[in-house]
Write a protein that binds this ligand. Structure first.
Ligand SMILES: Nc1ncnc2c1ncn2[C@@H]1O[C@H](COP(=O)(O)OP(=O)(O)OP(=O)(O)O)[C@@H](O)[C@H]1O
Ligand SMILES: [Mg+2]
Length: 290
């Protein structure tokens, strides 16, 4: 069996993509004993540091095992290391040895993308050819490790980037965390239309797109009314679980030097993160997302 690839994307920044990526991986690994790989495609490296801690991430950088080195080798016409060699297993500060691994990012990753584009442009390539090349490298990397995991969760950078688009193309399911406010909804509508069209045009067939309301403040009437509009428009592709704005969620993201149980780590957010994992698995099994 090969892994299902879940790309966590929203063009908007700060909506909880990285937090959702890490917490989803942790509940799948701990509560459902799934083998999970997190791929951090964001040069901001938030998910890498949340999931592996700054010290271990620093070691991965020193060992040249971050994603920038994998793609940079191509840009320099060097033989790239196997994608598998980037993967660091046994991460997380959770007790209970979750089967959780990471392919980490580094700040240099943003320069690699730029260098790749420059090199291809000099050779006269069109942007579509560059995108195709990146998609293929990324998909080949995924294929080489796919049998080792149940889920590969890809945390994407905000905005539009060639790597985020590669993650979109490689995804079996796309999870879009979004804050329930008016501006975010407009962005979501635009993104959803474009994403589904791109996938249909370039890959043929459909991918599931799931929307998760994040940083929800139910005492805020604007959030409540936006959630209703989202539920009407999105139907079953909107998660019933809503992630509240909770200090315990932000706190869980801070690395702990001592291992902690899931409940210790997620505190008041434990039930909601657990429910997220359950609904996620249910959605994939039932093929409900649009
Ligand atoms: N449900 C929540 N309750 C409280 N704080 C949250 C919640 N979700 C995320 N945060 C906090 O909001 C900030 C942004 O979250 P996160 O980094 O997950 O967003 P992002 O969408 O990945 O951002 P970026 O677009 O920069 O990658 C972080 O400080 C995080 O701790
Ligand atoms: Mg992020």
């Amino acid at each position: 069996m090969s892994a299902q690839v879940i790309s966590i994307i929203n063009m908007k920044g700060g909506v909880g993509k990285s937090t959702t990526a890490v917490s989803l991986c942790e509940t799948l690994a701990i509560h459902h004993r799934r083998r999970v790989l997190l791929i951090d495609l964001d040069p901001q490296t938030n998910a890498s540091i949340m999931a592996a801690g700054a010290e271990r991430w620093g070691r991965l950088r020193e060992e040249e095992r971050t994603l920038d080195f994998y793609f940079e080798a191509y840009a320099l016409n060097l033989k790239p290391k196997p994608f598998k060699s980037l993967i660091e297993r046994g991460i997380s500060d959770l007790k209970g040895k979750p089967d959780f691994a990471i392919a980490a990012s580094a700040p240099e990753f943003r320069f690699v993308e730029r260098d790749l584009i420059e090199q291809f442009v000099k050779k006269g390539y069109h942007i579509d050819a560059i995108q195709k090349w990146i998609n293929e490298r990324f998909t080949n990397g995924l294929k080489s490790i796919s049998s080792l995991y149940d889920f590969v969760v890809v945390d994407c950078p905000p905005g539009i980037s060639l790597f985020a688009e590669a993650a979109l193309m490689a995804a079996d399911a796309i999870l879009v965390p979004t804050i329930p406010d008016y501006v975010s909804r407009l962005g979501l509508i635009a993104f959803r239309r474009r994403a589904l069209r791109l996938i249909e045009d370039r890959r043929g067939g459909q991918a599931r797109l799931m929307v998760l309301a994040t940083k929800v403040d139910e005492s805020f009437s604007l959030h409540r009314s936006e959630l209703e509009v989202m539920a009407d428009g999105l139907g079953d592709s909107l998660f019933k679980v809503r992630i509240p704005q909770l200090v315990d969620i932000a706190r869980a993201a801070e690395w702990s030097e001592t291992v902690r149980t899931f409940d210790q780590k997620y505190g008041a957010a434990t039930p909601v993160v657990t429910a997220l994992g359950e609904e996620f698995l249910g959605k994939l099994e039932m093929g409900l997302a649009a």
